[in-house]
Design a protein around this ligand. Structure first.
Ligand code: MTE
Ligand code: MOS
Length: 778
């Protein structure tokens, strides 16, 4: 009887390795783990002022409360308080002043969460208010910045603007977004022998958590281990901001000598942790009668909150994506990084890129509306060229420009022209319901813009039964990184994927790692694991060659066997043989992304290994009497190169799109005049529900290969699809424009909540009334 042929794992649409566990509840998150004996639960008391001197902080009553084992304030720290990830500015506990509403004042560890929380509110806190800056406009007026303003420049924007036949100016406000990972921030710290510390942390960046925990405990990095099996979502929110949670738990564990768990409830999580940066984009654009941009001056200003956190890189990426797919010959992009008395904003899927892209998409859409052209025609007219007009404002050549072809393909498959005509017909005969559509492209740069971070390591063990244990520095947050890297390893060894054991990320196995971020998890860790597998394979091949006689390079690993000419052994038998021959079956692998160089001072170079592309067409229907709307149909064509796993990638595209749609439609963050977040629970903060997913939702992956020799010629997919949702925002603009028969451009900021849509409709009607009154009077 012949065995069924074992198919290669790479490119197969395998399910997520934890899919069944995810849906059955068997997947273990930190809060699901069996609790260690003597476990204490921590609670953080948050500040109730945006900016104030702490006149008095009395915690004696907290310490004396029932069940309390320890209280720690800034005064009780054994070593450092500052845990800024890149630059100083982020404190474990407020020291003398509070700088935003929700800042951590102190933490308490008690026998239960309830006791810890009850105790925390027994503290006496007196504040003396200081003036607070809460929004971007005020920060701009006061020149309040966390980092120096940056300018990216090419050509002469001012001269081109002055010469251009047409010119328009405007402003777009773009809202922030809460990560709303299903699993909130959580850590469990467990003291080990000799003062060492093990920290289980829901983090995208175990090495940084290890480093910062060591720093606040006054230990060397080598005495701290950070481990994470999986996160229930990260989305950038656990890149730097898992650290304060882990540090707080570790401090209390060190103080008490007992394990401590700290899990934020949803409200505290939303108040205490940073979000996507909200932005203001001011544009001044000059263009010709065909809609081609001649010159543009863009001002981007973001609300960074109180500290730099990752705001430098986030705002740099916003600048680098303010071209999207469009060639900007004469361009000046100015980026202000505003310091405000609000929580420090952080990484969020797209990392500033989405905000930069929103700015330029607004510009091309406005140009189209001014000229009375189809917005898609204006978009196409400004696309990067294939051979000329292909240099980005930061001087990286767009080498694999698939956008014109990809957009043409989608235009055809989504039936753009016919559907546009149908919407116009519908609108002509529908006084209150209006339909709109938009097709928008995405180009997203892949790599960390901080070149040094583009590295990864892996550790592989082959056991004598032929099973393989895989570890690498990447973390699993639902995105399917672990299965993709396992697929790579299975194919290198020619073994069944079931023989590859996926293990938790730990700083003990692979040290000094970068965060799993910038969508490059599978690019980096896939290559590192491949390198480790190839090292072991070459040893095994030498073994086989000396056993049978022949050349190691002729040894083939396939279908669970190792072959040389007509001789063969099972992979397990060869592993056993190698072990008996005293050959090591364990190896590390390392990878660094080639070709990268970037000067962050001049904003020039090649920050990205390559670009990922996509395009989406969205169709909406709005009710102009209420502002309510429905997303009716979405068609997406996305470029993942030669996909490592089309099932996972499809999930990333769908999920990314829906998350982006939430950002631009229903997810609205509100702060009151005192700087208090008023939307800190699902009751007031509306993420998309299943019913918000369009009833007609078609996603296709474009056939293709990465031009660069990335892992199996695949492309990163984690973040880029989020920006496909910009099409929803523009479809809404299109539907609103229909109210004025496309003669006026709608005034609409993001998120386009029903309220904003209604106001935009009413504003348009009013302007229309004024125009017709003027015409009648003339
Ligand atoms: N998908 C799921 N299910 N959960 C997540 O938290 N994070 C996104 C994206 N997709 C995320 C996700 C973000 S912000 C990034 S940077 C990438 O996944 C990180 O993983 P990767 O580099 O392996 O794609
Ligand atoms: Mo993703 S924002 O790079 O974690």
């Amino acid at each position: 009887m012949r065995r069924a042929r074992q198919r290669p794992a790479v490119a197969a649409p395998l399910p997520h390795d934890s899919a069944v566990q995810h849906v059955s509840g068997a997947a273990l998150y930190i809060d699901d783990l069996p609790e260690p004996r003597d476990l204490l639960h921590a609670y953080i008391r948050l500040s109730e002022r945006a900016h104030a001197r702490i006149a008095r902080l009395e915690v004696a009553a907290v310490a004396a409360a029932p069940g309390v084992a320890a209280v720690m304030t800034a005064r009780d720290l054994p070593a450092a308080n500052d845990i800024g990830p890149v630059l100083p500015g982020d404190l474990v506990f407020a020291d003398g002043v509070v700088e935003y509403w929700g800042q951590s004042l102190f933490a308490v560890a008690a026998e239960s969460v309830e006791l810890a929380r009850a105790a925390a509110f027994k503290a006496v806190v007196d504040y003396e208010d200081l003036p607070a800056i809460l929004d971007i406009e005020t920060a701009l007026t006061r020149q309040s910045f966390v980092l120096p303003t940056q300018v990216m420049r090419r050509g002469d924007a001012a001269a081109a603007l002055a010469r251009a036949p047409h010119r328009l100016k405007g402003r777009l406000a773009i809202g922030g977004q809460d990560h709303f990972y299903l699993e909130g921030q959580v850590a469990m710290a467990m003291p080990r022998e000799g003062g060492d510390m093990l920290v289980l942390s829901s983090t995208q960046h175990p090495s940084e958590v290890q480093h910062l925990v060591a720093k606040v405990l006054g230990l060397p990095d080598s005495a701290v281990v950070t481990e994470v099996r999986r996160m229930g979502g990260g989305f950038g929110g656990k890149e730097t901001q898992a650290a304060p949670i882990a540090c707080t738990a570790a401090l209390l564990a060190q103080r008490t000598g007992r394990p401590v768990k700290l899990r934020l409830d949803r409200d505290d999580d939303m108040i205490l942790t940073g979000k996507r940066h909200d932005f203001i984009a001011d544009y001044d654009v000059g263009f010709d009668a065909e809609g081609r941009i001649r010159g543009i001056a863009l001002m981007l200003a973001s609300r960074c909150g109180i500290s730099p956190d990752l705001s430098g890189a986030v705002n740099d990426r916003a600048m680098m994506h303010a071209d999207n797919c469009y060639y900007l010959e004469n361009v000046t992009i100015t980026s202000h990084r505003c310091k405000t008395n609000t929580v420090s904003n952080t990484a969020f899927r797209g990392f500033g890129g989405p905000q930069g892209m929103m700015a330029i998409e607004q510009v091309v859409d406005e140009i189209a509306r001014r000229l009375g052209m189809d917005p898609l025609a204006v978009r196409k007219r400004n696309f990067y060229g294939l051979r000329r007009r292909n240099l980005t404002p930061y001087r990286m050549k767009v080498e694999d420009n698939v956008i014109p072809g990809l957009v043409a393909e989608l235009e055809e498959s989504a039936d753009y022209a016919a559907r546009r005509a149908a919407a116009a017909r519908f609108n002509a005969s529908s006084p209150w319901l209006k339909r709109g559509l938009a097709l928008t492209p995405v180009k997203f740069g892949i790599s960390f813009t901080a070149t040094s971070m583009n590295q990864a390591g892996a550790l592989l063990h082959v056991y004598t039964d032929g099973s393989v244990q895989l570890n690498h520095g990447g973390t699993e947050m639902g995105q399917g990184l672990f299965i993709k890297v396992a697929q790579v390893v299975a194919d290198e060894f020619g073994i069944d994927i079931a023989r590859v054991k996926i293990t938790a990320t730990t700083t003990e196995k692979v040290p000094n790692t970068s965060p799993t971020a910038a969508s490059s998890g599978s690019d980096l860790n896939g290559k590192a694991a491949q390198a480790a597998a190839r090292e072991i394979k070459s040893r095994l091949a030498r073994c086989a060659a000396s056993l049978w006689g022949g050349k190691p390079q002729d040894v083939v690993f396939a279908e669970g066997e190792v072959r040389l000419g007509r001789r063969s052994l099972s992979f397990a038998a060869l592993a056993r043989h190698a072990h008996r021959s005293r050959v090591s079956l364990s190896a590390t692998g390392f990878y660094r992304t080639p070709k990268l160089r970037y000067d962050p001072k001049t904003h020039r170079g090649r920050p990205f290994y390559y670009f990922a592309y996509g395009a989406a067409m969205s169709e909406v229907e709005i009710d102009t009497l209420t502002g309510e709307y429905k997303l009716r149909r979405v068609v997406i064509l996305h470029d993942c190169g030669a996909s490592l796993n089309p099932a996972i990638d499809l999930g990333q595209v769908e999920g990314g799109f829906v998350q982006g749609m939430g950002w631009l439609t229903s997810e609205e963050l509100c702060w009151d005049a005192e700087g208090r977040l008023t939307t800190h629970a699902p009751s007031t903060y509306k993420i998309p529900a299943c019913s918000d997913v369009p009833p007609d939702f078609r996603v296709a992956l474009r056939r293709g290969r990465n031009r660069e020799p990335s892992i199996y010629r695949s492309k990163a997919v984690g973040e880029p699809p989020l920006m496909l949702a910009i099409s929803v925002f523009h479809a809404l603009r299109d539907a609103i424009a229909a109210v004025g028969e496309y003669q006026l451009s709608p005034l609409l900021d993001a998120p386009a909540t029903s309220e904003r849509v209604l106001l935009a409709v009413e504003d348009l009607r009013e302007r229309l009334g004024r125009t017709s009154a003027r015409l009648a009077a003339e």
